[in-house]
Design a protein around this ligand. Sequence first.
Ligand SMILES: Cc1cc2nc3c(=O)[nH]c(=O)nc-3n(C[C@H](O)[C@H](O)[C@H](O)COP(=O)(O)OP(=O)(O)OC[C@H]3O[C@@H](n4cnc5c(N)ncnc54)[C@H](O)[C@@H]3O)c2cc1C
Length: 470
Amino acid sequence: MTSIYWLRNDLRLHDNECLQRMLDTGQPHLMVYVFDPRIFSMLDIGFRKSGFLRFQFLCETLMDLRKNIQKIGGQLMILQGKPEQVLSDLAKKVNAEFLFFQKEIASEELAVETALKEQLPDHCSTQAIWGKTLYHIDDAPFPPKETPLTSKAFRINLTKKTAVRPLIDTPTDLSNSIEFREWGTIPTAKEIGFTHEEIIENTTNHYEGGETTALDRLQYYTFETEQLTNYRWTRNRSLGMEYSSKFSPWMALGSLSPRLIYWEVKRYEKEIKKNASTWWLVFEVVWRDYFKYSAIRHGNKMFAEGGIKDRDVDWKYDQELFDRWRFGQTGIPFVDAHMRELNATGFMSNRGRVNCASFLTRDYKIDWRWGAAWFECQLLDYDVCSNWLNWNTQATEIWYTNPVHQSLKYDKKGEYIRTWIPELQEVESALVHAPWLLEEKETISDYPHPIEIYKKWTRSINNIKKASVG
Ligand SMILES: Cc1cc2nc3c(=O)[nH]c(=O)nc-3n(C[C@H](O)[C@H](O)[C@H](O)COP(=O)(O)OP(=O)(O)OC[C@H]3O[C@@H](n4cnc5c(N)ncnc54)[C@H](O)[C@@H]3O)c2cc1C
C-alpha cells in the first residue's frame, strides 16, 4: 500500500504536519499538486477568480518546491483537473491506503474535500490535517463554532490559555517516493486560458513565489536588517518593501508557516530586541488566526450581501463606477495609487486596503462583494478568510475611513502617490492629495476629476490647502 499527499495551500517543507504524517506511515509515497481550472474561471462580473499575477506566483512557488523536494531525493507530481477526480484515479492507480491533505475552511474548498471522499476507492481513506493557523485548532480553549465574536476576546482567550506548538522538523530524505515516468509539467498561462491581454509581461512584480524566497524574506526582515524593531511605527505606510513584513503572499500559499514566524520573533526578542514592534507583529499573525476561526463560526455568511452582521444596505451595482475604482481612475489619488499598485504588483499595503475598501463601499456604495472579488483576483496574498472577513469589517462593521484625510496623514509628502500616478509627478505641493484644487492653468488633463467631492471631506481639504501654502 502507498500514501498520497495532496498539496494545497501548504506549499512548503518546513513545519509541515501533513508531510510529517505521510512520512510516518513508512509507506512509499506520492506528493501531488493539482491545478484546478475552477480557481481560474471567469466570474459573471467579467474577470477571473484568480488573475495572472496570482497564477505566476503559484507557478514560481511550485517550481521552487519541486526543486527542493528533488534535492532530498523526492518528486512532486503536477496535474491538472478537478482534484476529486484526478486524485481518486491516482489513488486507484497506486493502490493508496491514505490520502493526506491540509484541511481547508471555506465552502468551495470543503465541497472539494467532500466530493473527494465520495469518489475515492474503498481502500483509500482521507486524512485531513489542520495546519493553517498559529494556534492549533485542537488546542483552542473554545470550540471553533463558538469562536468569540470580537478579536480582543478571541486573542485574550486564546493566547492566555494556549501555547504555540513547537516547529515540526523539515524532512531531510524524501526518497521513498513511488516511481513514475511522467511527473507532469506546470501549465502555461495559455493552457490555463489567460488571453494575451491578461498576461502581464515584464511585471514590476517584486515578489517571487516559493519557500526559498519566503525563508529569505523572514531572515531579511528580522535578523539581517532588524527592520522588525521599527515595525510598530512603520506598518501603516505604503511605499516600498520595508515598512511591513510582506510575509502575507508566502503565508497565503503556505510557503511560510505562521509558527516559524512566531518562533523566529521569540528568538529575535532574546537575541536582538523585544519591544512594541515584536509584540505587534505576533498580534497581527493572531489577527489572521481570528479570521480563520471566525470563518468556521460564520460559514457562508461571510460571503452574504449583508455580511456576518446581516446589515441591510442598499448597494449599488454601477459597472462604470466600479471600473473607475478597480483601474485606479477615481480622481482620489490615495485610492488610485493603491489600486494601481495592486494591479501592477499583486500587493497593496494594509492602509491602502482599508482606504480602497472603505471608498468603494462607503463613498461609491458599491456592493462590497464586487470589491472583495477584485481583490481575490489580484492579491498575491489572497486568502479566503482574511480577504472576505476584512471586507466584511470595512463594509459593514467599522466606521468610515476618509481617504483625503488619510492621504495627508500617511503619505505626507505625496511620494507614494507620485510613484504610482505619473500624471501627478509634477505636482509638488500638498495639492497632490487633492489635484481637483489646482488652478485652471495647472490642471492635469490626463488625470480624472472625482465624480463627487463629499462634504464630509471639507476639513481635510482645508488642511490640504493650508499645507500647500505652508
Ligand atoms: C479589505 C482587506 C482585504 C484583505 N485581504 C487580505 C488577504 O486576502 N490576505 C491576507 O493575508 N491579508 C489580507 N488583508 C490583511 C492585511 O492587509 C494584509 O495581511 C497585510 O497588508 C499583509 O502585509 P504584510 O505581510 O506586510 O503584513 P504585516 O503588517 O507585516 O503583518 C504580518 C502578518 O500578519 C497578518 N495580518 C496583518 N494584518 C492582518 C489583517 N488585517 N487581517 C488578517 N491578517 C493580517 C498577515 O498574515 C501578515 O503577513 C486584507 C485587509 C483588508 C483591509
